[in-house]
Design a binder for this molecule. Structure first.
Ligand code: NAG
Ligand code: NAG
Ligand code: NAG
Ligand code: NAG
Ligand code: NAG
Ligand code: NAG
Ligand code: NAG
Ligand code: NAG
Ligand code: NAG
Length: 486
């Protein structure tokens, strides 16, 4: 009896193992383009308490990597685009980068950093960069790979090149017409040959939000995996959501150039919560929950049934107030968490049915804000606010944004406050020609949050620098007076 059951149990056991191994892991992107980044140890704590097991970085920050030591979190370290030229032309430069930024930290579990990938470039093929990075990408990847082999890290750390969502496209949204952008044809074939040779997956951004933002013929329901969405037909294949449509457009592009089977990692996918129409926490929550259900269902796509991406990295962990807004004001609001590590909505990253855990013991600057002084002549206030917005983050004021509805001069106060916080609440950064006023009453209204920035070690040094200037000035004056009197 028990002997007869054995094969059945074994079968289920292996079936179980197989099923588990096919569930692509879900990780998250951690960028640092912020005026006041949350301290790395707090971020690592945030990742751990939410059971996030993989993280993708955009560089190899010497403050970030030590914080990940011993965490057992799988890490992708990044090489910025500006370094590609030097790594293409110099094997030595590539070797010292690998030495300083991989070998020094690497461990396979244990007390070091579990580095799994080196991302060569940060979406170097983005259309708006033109062809400035194309000639260096393959050479740089090749030299980094060679340096990893020399460091005995071959097979442990894999070299990848994150590819932007605009590297591939299709006519009239038909995946079967998918192909790479024509200026990338040659480079893509070289890249795919390189990746296949070294067993590296293809890293790619899929962006249903930007797709809907730019393409009027895709509905919100279709982007949000809604059952009610009008499907897109591509001859006999039916597409029920924007993710599958983009994914299969890519599969077709890969097939055309001869790499239909390469493993895919979705390196960036997310939904912003501010700065544009349809960018709200509740829509983002719907998108994220549906995406994760879709990935867990393991259904795959019409061109890759039962074969979902091997890994998926959510974009992004935190809001970053200094990201470029060339593509849109939503760019600074991709975080699942706000800049200070507070969850904007709920989604399951592996913590089960529990709520997301927020960052703990976050240190803020004092509870002070800068607003416009209503008792002054405000005829020049708008001009002052525009100047402030040039450096400050005013993206929440844009149409569809969380502060779009606060009327004048509330929007002026918003701009003044953002400038003031970014300058560590320095008194002289709330001047605005006498129009600024520092208050301890929170001016936030409804969903429009007037933030207080984080306290960073940088804020200390700025205050010190300022203090130093004043004391130097006073000393100079005293010395002058003394000389004068003597
Ligand atoms: C890339 O490096 C190779 C090898 O050093 C060199 O021959 C080539 O000119 C470089 N490419 C560019 C565009 O500089
Ligand atoms: C290691 O990475 C950091 C951060 O990107 C960079 O500043 C540094 O130059 C790199 N080290 C080398 C030797 O290239
Ligand atoms: C828009 O999408 C529909 C299917 O949803 C399709 O029938 C139609 O041809 C598309 N129009 C354009 C201009 O692409
Ligand atoms: C790109 O390469 C493919 C396959 O080699 C070829 O069919 C296609 O015409 C090329 N496109 C361009 C624009 O060069
Ligand atoms: C797409 O195909 C499905 C089933 O094949 C069909 O029911 C539906 O009407 C088609 N939609 C369009 C827009 O052609
Ligand atoms: C993370 O996973 C562990 C074990 O799988 C579980 O006990 C714990 O509750 C999870 N963490 C959260 C925040 O839910
Ligand atoms: C507004 O700006 C103009 C030009 O800089 C200046 O001449 C004028 O005095 C300002 N008005 C007020 C009320 O500050
Ligand atoms: C702004 O106000 C309009 C009209 O009162 C309302 O329909 C819209 O939802 C509001 N937008 C936001 C972002 O609060
Ligand atoms: C504030 O609102 C006024 C009136 O709607 C507008 O003219 C001005 O440009 C806005 N300023 C900012 C910084 O958004």
């Amino acid at each position: 009896m028990s002997l007869n059951l054995c094969p059945i149990i074994l079968f289920f056991f292996f079936f179980f193992i197989l099923t588990i191994s096919r569930v692509g892991a879900i990780g998250i992107n951690w960028g640092n383009t912020a005026s006041h980044p949350l301290p790395p140890p707090k971020v690592v704590e945030l990742l751990k308490s939410n059971n996030i097991t993989k993280v993708k970085l955009f560089d190899a920050d010497p403050l970030v990597l030590p914080a990940l030591s011993g965490s057992n979190i799988g890490v992708t370290v990044g090489i910025p685009n500006t370094m590609l030229r030097s790594f293409n032309s110099s094997k030595k430069a590539a070797e010292s980068w690998v030495h300083d930024n991989v070998t020094r930290y690497f461990s396979n579990g244990g007390s070091g950093v579990r580095i799994e990938y080196v991302a060569v470039g940060d979406e170097p093929f983005l259309q708006r960069y033109g062809e400035q990075f194309h000639p260096f990408v393959i050479g740089a990847a090749t030299n980094i790979q060679a340096a990893l082999i020399k460091a005995n890290l071959e097979g442990k750390v894999r070299v990848v090149v994150p590819c932007s969502f605009d590297a591939f496209l299709s006519e009239s949204n038909l995946p079967s017409k998918g192909h790479f952008r024509s200026d990338l044809n040659k480079t893509m074939i070289q890249l795919l040959t390189f990746l296949s040779k070294h067993g590296s997956p293809f890293f790619v951004t899929i962006s249903p939000f930007v797709t809907i933002h730019q393409n009027k013929n895709i509905s919100l329901a279709f982007s949000l995996f809604k059952e009610t969405a009008h499907p897109h037909n591509d001859s006999h294949r039916t597409y029920k959501n924007s993710f599958d449509l983009s994914y299969d457009t890519l599969i077709n592009a890969l097939s055309i150039v001869g790499f239909p089977k390469i493993d895919i990692v979705v390196a960036q996918i997310g939904w912003p919560t501010d700065g544009a129409t349809n960018a709200t926490p509740s829509i983002a929550e719907t998108f994220m929950k549906s995406l994760i259900n879709h990935l867990h269902s393991k259904l795959g796509t019409p061109l890759r049934p039962q074969d979902p991406p091997i890994e998926t990295y959510i974009f992004s962990l935190l809001d970053e107030d200094q990201r470029s807004i060339t593509t849109g004001n939503f760019e600074r609001h991709w975080g699942v968490f706000t800049f200070d590590g507070q969850a904007k909505y709920q989604v399951d990253f592996g913590q089960g049915s529990k709520n997301l855990v927020n960052a703990q013991n976050v240190e803020y600057l004092p509870s002070k804000w800068c607003v416009v002084n209503n008792n002054r002549d405000l005829s020049n206030a708008s001009a002052r606010a525009s100047e402030a917005c040039y450096v400050a983050d005013c993206t929440a004021l844009s149409p569809g944004g969380s502060c779009f509805n606060i009327s004048w001069p509330g929007n002026i106060s918003y701009a003044f406050n953002s400038f003031y916080q970014q300058h560590d609440q320095r008194t002289d950064s709330c001047d605005f020609g006498g129009l600024g006023l520092i208050t301890t009453v929170d001016p936030s209204v409804g969903n429009c949050r007037f933030s207080v920035e984080l306290h960073t070690s940088q804020s200390d040094s700025l205050h010190r620098a300022c203090y130093f200037q004043w004391t130097t000035l006073l000393t100079t004056i005293l010395v002058c007076l003394l000389r004068f009197t003597l």
